[in-house]
Ligand binder design. Structure first.
Ligand SMILES: [Fe+2]
Length: 90
């Protein structure tokens, strides 16, 4: 299974547990995928790593969604994203 699919599945599991409202969860998942797509397009245009860009896009707001707050989400979210990636078996 590709790393993107593994990460996507993991993020969906995390959001299924932390965002009980299905409509809110669907909007948030759509946002993460939209940002991931934009990141891939930018990475390809600039000759950067598209997979890494996709992973960053998928993870970029997960911590904020878990907390239901954007307070310090960049720093806290980076730490959280690092933990998620370290716990995955790539
Ligand atoms: Fe966002």
């Amino acid at each position: 299974m590709s790393r993107i699919i593994i990460l996507q599945t993991t993020i969906h599991q995390i959001l299924n547990q932390s965002v009980p409202d299905p409509e809110k969860r669907a909007v948030r998942i759509a946002h993460l995928h939209g940002v991931a797509l934009a990141a891939v397009m930018l990475a390809k245009r600039r000759g950067e790593d598209a997979e890494l860009a996709a992973m960053a896009g998928l993870l970029h707001d997960v911590y904020a969604y878990i907390q239901d707050s954007y307070e310090d989400h960049a720093h806290q979210g980076a730490d959280y994203a690092r933990t998620v990636l370290q716990n995955l078996e790539f």
